[in-house]
Write a protein that binds this ligand. Sequence first.
Ligand code: NAP
Length: 286
Amino acid sequence: MTAKLIDGNALARHIRSEVAQRVAALAEQGHRPGLAVILVGHNPASQVYVKHKVADCESVGMHSVLDRHPAELPEAELLARIRELNADPGIHGILVQLPLPAHIDANKVIETISPAKDVDGFHVASAGALMIGRAGFKACTPYGCMKMLESIGCDPRGKHAVVIGRSNIVGKPMAMLLLQANATVTVCHSATPDLAHHTRQADIVVAAVGKRNVLTADMVKPGAVVIDVGMNRNDEGKLCGDVDFDGVSKVAGWITPVPGGVGPMTRAMLLVNTIEAAELSTLAQG
Ligand code: NAP
């Protein structure tokens, strides 16, 4: 079997064009959605990510603010800046680019963002809402993975989904979204003794580990849907995922590439969350 490719770039383009239409509809009512992106320090990867996020906003007609701060920024000043943005009616989404310098408590920072503007979906209120099935912002990466499943007509209901990784930003919310969609979900992690035992039973595998070749062909059920969240570098320095793409694509039914899979979808879902935040705020204004 040769797996079909789930094209994250194409799906993200489609989602961006839908967001652009929603932005235009709000503009007709005199509102412009706004996203604030806060960057502390000079982490090179973070600089690239925030640049993309700002460019994405422009591409759909949203307003964006890139708030850059030196690595030495005191935590109290960062929290004060977030409170200022919480109160700014022109800003509907606030994102603090992680990782933060060691002297800043990331949890404290995330929890200072108003849940109404938590477009990354990392606030404890957003995570709690997801846990108990209430409305709230979904973390962008797992939200994008769910859209990818939807795009290929894969309904998780009744399927066995295995999520590898249990981070708060990918693995856990991914498991919750799959559970909400009526999959039977197994969550594996670094203390799982026999990973292959679980993945071989899976109709859907989501790999979110951050290590190359965590999932190889012998670990995959023929025809399974394989979503690769990982972002790693191979020996030649090229971007690759957690999945042995060449091997697994001979066994799986569907597979996401890296690059061009989950990455562009994460960015697209940030725009979806931001337009949603803006629409909700407009509704609340009456
Ligand atoms: P993380 O916080 O480091 O979590 C990694 C998870 O993998 C942990 O739960 C860890 O288990 C588990 N793990 C480690 N080794 C394992 C093994 N051998 N077998 C099974 N599980 C193992 O990472 P993350 O933030 O979730 O990100 C995961 C990957 O996705 C990274 O490569 C990251 O760069 C990428 N990512 C991509 C996007 C995107 O848009 N494409 C977005 C976010 C993240 P323990 O909990 O037991 O330590």
